[in-house]
Ligand binder design. Sequence first.
Ligand SMILES: Cc1ncc(COP(=O)(O)O)c(C=O)c1O
Ligand SMILES: C[C@@H](O)[C@H](N)C(=O)O
Length: 358
Amino acid sequence: MAATPSNWNEFRSDTFTTPSPEMLATVLQASTGDSVYNEDADTLALQRHVCELTGHEAGLYCVSGTLSNQIAIRSHLNRPPHSVLCDYRSHIFVHEAAGLATLSQAMVTTVIPANGLHLTLEDIQRHYIPDNGDIHSAPTRVVSLENTLHGLVFPIDEIRRISKWCRDNNIAIHCDGARIWDAAVASGVSLAEYGELFDSISLCLSKTLGAPIGSVLVGSESLIRVANHFKKQNGGGVRQAGPLARMGSYALAHNLSKLKTAHAYAAEVGRYAEELGLVLQVPVHTNFVFLDPERNKIDPQWIREVGQKHNVKVASFRIAFSFQNTREAVDAVKAVLKDLHTLAQQKPYTSTTGRGIY
Ligand SMILES: Cc1ncc(COP(=O)(O)O)c(C=O)c1O
Ligand SMILES: C[C@@H](O)[C@H](N)C(=O)O
């Protein structure tokens, strides 16, 4: 009987997934080459594997998704003035410490999707900055999509439309695919189908897949060569990355099939929330439930407190599920929602501050 994961009741984020004892044990057989010199067998094998899955020429192991995203975008850019277009909720804009401004010296055009769910080609055409010689502007050089974003699966047909338009307009298209595994599992679209639509993809091993660390950036040989330079410049040159890469490969081999468990938990809790009368900010597609901060009249302070009462770790309107959660914990989350709904009925809270992203 497998031991219960230490984070069985963790719902703040899927970044809290932890390596299993079996995953940790693989470290003892890991290669120990210097991966800065591209001599570590396990790192090269992981990179090659993710390239095969996505149909890209080259891969680069990175210690974080932030590093992977930021060096990808920087590598698509030549010299300012230039700009990057993305959804206003994008991690690359909200949660990567303004890396687009510092490393890429890029202006960012953030777009609120007209449909409230995902960008469309029309959204992009309405907001992108054309390279028309106007000396007032910073032309759009990269469009960055996120899949999943807030757990939402980006429709493949829309990605196809956007990708074709980007290529027709000589604009690079990047995917923050921290949870593209979940998008593939939920939609049935293969990583190779996604892969051919993007010039670069950052795939995280350290979130829903349960590796303790790491992402892989994929793209063309020339792009990855430049990205590796920026990786080194920003302190991402890891020496014996073999043990880390080995755990990443283990996660790919053993945990991909478990993502549906988290998706089922989220779907169940999302349905329960709506049956209670709570309002979701977005539909549940994969492993996140996003409650609507304003319309539910819930004081953010209540969330953590009520979570403690039921011995589950929740911190915001976002509830993140992973395959490491237990049935008991999921039932406890439902009890938390029931209490929050009752509190909101008794003393409705009106927010006086911005909702924040999550
Ligand atoms: C969508 C998304 N992209 C990128 C990242 C960055 O990954 P990391 O935390 O490894 O820098 C995260 C969060 O971790 C994320 O949620
Ligand atoms: C906060 C953010 O960086 C992290 N990726 C999360 O989703 O929790």
